[in-house]
Design a binder for this molecule. Structure first.
Ligand SMILES: Nc1ncnc2c1ncn2[C@@H]1O[C@H](COP(=O)(O)OP(=O)(O)OP(=O)(O)O)[C@@H](O)[C@H]1O
Ligand SMILES: [Mg+2]
Length: 260
């Protein structure tokens, strides 16, 4: 088993509450799920259902209050394992503009994770960044530009190249393609599928887009108010979703299709 979450919970202090008698809100509640190597777990659910928090728990951006997160058989809650395995777990977010430093060149943005782990000569680094940009279907020459000089879709590709630079084994995509137009989303789905095969990675794919999930995910979990309310073994069969929350999501998708 590549990734295993065992009864994981995470709460946040409600804003405006005092430190001492604060009420807490459960963002993720007793979630158990697992993901085999090379496979994709889709996560859907309405806004605020805990999807991003779950993604951040997986890559170690937030710590659980309870439960265990195991990766390659080791608990990521143990600092030693975390330190060793952390770079294998990457997360790509929806808002690429705020995820990058606008004063850095594309080259420096993509090169940063490489420089953390390897000592390369300047020409080796340029070659590596060029290869990564090619892998995400950008031209290597783009590396000399700045984020504001490229489109949202291109910048999202830069963020993917940056995630790949860390040589990840698992990537959490948090609405990573949601803000792009339908055509670009479709191209990105194909790109993500190709990269998954080429780099032999596992994916956790968080989205509101059930169509994208059908294409990309093997399994699917539906979240509601922090909990997993349904687990579909085969994400291709959305018609097998039974929970009222799942059916609401399907209805919302159908309605938005009819109105477009
Ligand atoms: N850093 C934080 N501090 C306080 N509360 C938070 C924090 N992050 C998330 N929450 C709360 O936890 C709950 C789950 O949030 P989360 O962002 O995981 O939902 P989500 O399913 O990703 O929603 P969306 O689809 O809108 O992105 C929400 O009620 C949210 O307000
Ligand atoms: Mg979210």
């Amino acid at each position: 088993m590549s990734l295993e979450l065992i009864e994981v919970s995470k709460s946040y202090r409600l804003s405006g509450q005092s430190l001492f008698r604060a009420k807490r809100e459960m963002a993720v509640m007793n979630v158990s799920c697992s993901l085999e190597e090379g496979r994709t777990l889709g996560i859907v659910g309405s806004s605020g259902s805990g999807k991003s928090t779950l993604g951040k728990l997986i890559v170690g951006l937030v710590k659980p209050d309870a439960g265990d997160i195991r990766y390659k058989g080791e608990s990521l809650l143990r600092p030693q394992a975390r330190q060793r395995l952390f770079s294998e777990l990457q997360m790509v977010f929806q808002d690429s503009r705020s995820a990058v430093n606008s004063r850095m060149t594309i080259k420096d943005i993509v090169a940063e994770p490489i420089q953390h782990r390897e000592r390369l000569t300047s020409s080796q680094l340029t070659k590596r960044v060029g290869d990564l940009l090619t892998a995400v279907e950008l031209r290597p020459e783009e590396m000399n530009g700045y984020p504001h000089q490229i489109s949202g879709g291109q910048l999202q590709r830069v963020c993917i190249a940056r995630a790949l630079a860390a040589k990840p084994r698992l990537i959490v995509w948090d609405e990573a393609i949601s803000s792009l137009d339908a055509m670009t989303q479709w191209q990105m789905i194909q790109l993500l599928q190709r990269l998954q095969k080429e780099y032999a990675m596992s994916y956790v794919f968080i989205t509101h887009n059930l169509q994208a999930v059908r294409h990309l995910a093997d399994e699917l979990i539906v979240m509601s108010r922090g909990a997993v309310v349904e687990h579909l073994q085969d994400a291709k069969h959305l018609d097998q979703l039974r929970h009222p929350e799942s059916q609401r999501l399907v209805q919302a998708m159908l309605t938005s299709y009819r109105s477009t």
